[in-house]
Design a protein around this ligand. Structure first.
Ligand code: RP5
Length: 183
């Protein structure tokens, strides 16, 4: 999917959602410039058939919107939030402070950044005791998607089967590559 397609998908979020028709995972990012990184989380969720919503929420530029999003997320039926930001990446931590849901933080390396995303990583990972954010590697939004699926799978046997199948497939792929190398 192109970035533009994800913008359309964001606008129509929930339209193709699962049983209840409601998104289960919220993907938010500090800027639309983060979409190139964050769309990998959406792609993984779509592959597993997890309904999602995706939008821009900025801790610094739209603080009231961030408050509103975080405070209403659980009552709207979300089960997890994936939050990505670059630089002084306060979005995941601030959202975690205002929701009881699990929050997965994605450190984004903005194009042309001088600190290679390390600033975002440290901003997201160094949370005080009591306010956890599960932080993935710099730019690894796909892993954020997979972690959100595991959270959902813990209470959803069908999703658990899909995750087991994914893991089996990954193992087989690597073993096939190893076998080819050994030929
Ligand atoms: C952060 O600043 C955003 O999450 C983004 O990674 C970075 C640059 O944002 P733009 O200036 O491209 O909007 O808040």
């Amino acid at each position: 999917k192109t970035d533009a397609a994800y913008r359309v998908a964001a606008a129509a979020a929930g339209a193709s959602a699962g049983d209840s028709g409601k998104p289960l995972v919220g993907i938010i990012m500090g800027s639309d410039s983060d979409l190139a990184t964050m769309k990998a989380a959406a792609q993984v969720l779509e592959e597993f058939g997890v309904p999602l919503e995706l939008t821009v929420v900025s801790a610094h530029r739209t603080p009231e919107r961030m408050f509103e999003y975080a405070r209403t997320a659980h009552s709207r039926g979300l089960k997890a939030i994936i939050a990505g930001a670059g630089g002084a990446a306060h979005l995941p931590g601030m959202v975690a402070a205002m929701t009881p849901l699990p929050v997965i933080g994605v450190p984004v390396k903005p194009s042309g950044a001088h600190l290679d995303g390390l600033d975002a990583l440290l901003s997201i990972v160094q949370m005080p005791k009591g306010v956890p954010v599960a932080t993935v590697a710099i730019g690894n939004a796909a892993n954020a998607g997979l972690l959100a699926i595991r959270i959902i799978a813990s209470a959803d046997p069908k999703m658990l089967d899909k995750m087991l199948a994914y893991q089996t497939g990954m193992t087989e792929t690597v073993l096939n590559k190893a076998a080819k190398l050994e030929e």
